[in-house]
Design a protein around this ligand. Structure first.
Ligand SMILES: [Zn+2]
Length: 311
């Protein structure tokens, strides 16, 4: 599928390509000359203690290149309309989302306190239509040439993808996004069949009787391939947990706790801990199995904090 061009109206790419080489900004001035306080703040923020960035012969960290061109909260002045026109064209063609993908810098000479910064920006390239996991769209590369006292000191290439978000199938229909589907295969189908009957089934090796979870084709203890199942009692304790704050995911509502539950039978499984605020989940908290209807198709085993178990 990568690079397929279906679905894009004729002539869009040809029109986009006319932007290649167009100026996005000419001879703009950096808001401040290269200066010691900004260098010091950068080094503190980055934890960079390189002595080259201190003292009377200090140079600026090369990776600060873009910092000298930034508009700050008051923004930029004097930009040419090419960039806005290109974005309007991409928006109009349905590529309404944007994500920064990478940046690339080249350093030609060190910047020193006192250097006056000017820069130009050009739309260097617009890619043919590409299909990515995020969706289909065009990569746009902008190149900024940074000059110190009129001399080219470095270049900064910045690439974004302007794309139409991929349509995600949503088996549960409208509203809240569906939870991710578990992968059900021959090795674990028995587990999900059990869940459908409100049973939490743990595999047991019929050679050495070792219990195992999650479901696997063979026994880690003896290598045996034969197994049967035991139904878990549903009693357990929180063995460990994390609280998820980031990244956000549409099917979930952070912050929430993800628990590693140790079942009374001794095996552990990852699950949700419910019936308790995320910040009250504790190691050792007694929990009990329940089945939560996640959507029309799926019920999931989750664990509810036992009455009186929360400190
Ligand atoms: Zn075994």
């Amino acid at each position: 599928m990568a690079g397929e061009r279906d679905g894009e109206g004729g002539g869009v790419y040809e029109e986009l390509r006319t932007f290649e080489g167009r100026t996005a900004a000419t001879a703009l001035d950096g808001k401040d000359p290269v200066n010691v306080p900004m260098i010091r703040h950068w080094c503190e923020a980055m934890g960079d203690t390189n002595p080259a960035y201190e003292g009377p012969d200090a140079i600026a960290p090369p990776t600060m290149l873009q910092a000298w061109t930034m508009g700050g909260l008051s923004g930029y002045e004097g930009r040419s309309p090419a960039h806005d026109e290109l974005f309007a064209l991409l928006d109009g063609a349905g590529y309404t989302s944007v994500v920064a993908t990478d940046c690339e810098q080249e350093y030609l000479r060190p910047l020193r306190p006192g250097d006056a910064i000017t820069y130009d920006s050009v739309i260097e390239s617009v890619s043919p239509l590409k299909t990515t996991k995020l969706g289909t769209g065009h990569f746009v590369t902008t190149r900024m040439d940074v000059r110190a006292d009129g001399e080219l000191a470095g270049t900064h290439r910045f690439r974004i993808l302007k794309y139409a978000p991929a349509q995600r199938s949503s088996p549960s229909g409208k509203g809240r996004k569906a939870r991710p589907r578990p992968v059900v295969n021959r090795d674990n189908a028995g587990f999900w069949n059990g869940v459908a009957q409100h049973k939490l089934l743990v595999q047991r090796c019929t050679d050495c009787a070792t219990l195992r979870f999650p479901w696997l084709p063979g026994c880690n203890a003896c290598g045996g391939q034969e197994w049967d199942t035991v139904e878990a009692s549903g009693e357990g304790t929180v063995f460990s947990y994390v609280v998820m704050h980031h990244p956000p995911f549409p099917a979930f509502d952070p912050p929430y706790a993800v628990g590693l539950i140790e079942l009374a039978e001794g095996v552990r499984m990852v699950s949700n801990v419910i019936g308790v605020p995320y910040d009250k989940v504790r190691i050792g908290l007694p929990v009990r199995l329940e089945f939560l209807r996640a959507d029309e198709e799926w019920e999931l085993p989750v664990f509810r904090a036992a009455e009186g178990g929360v400190a």
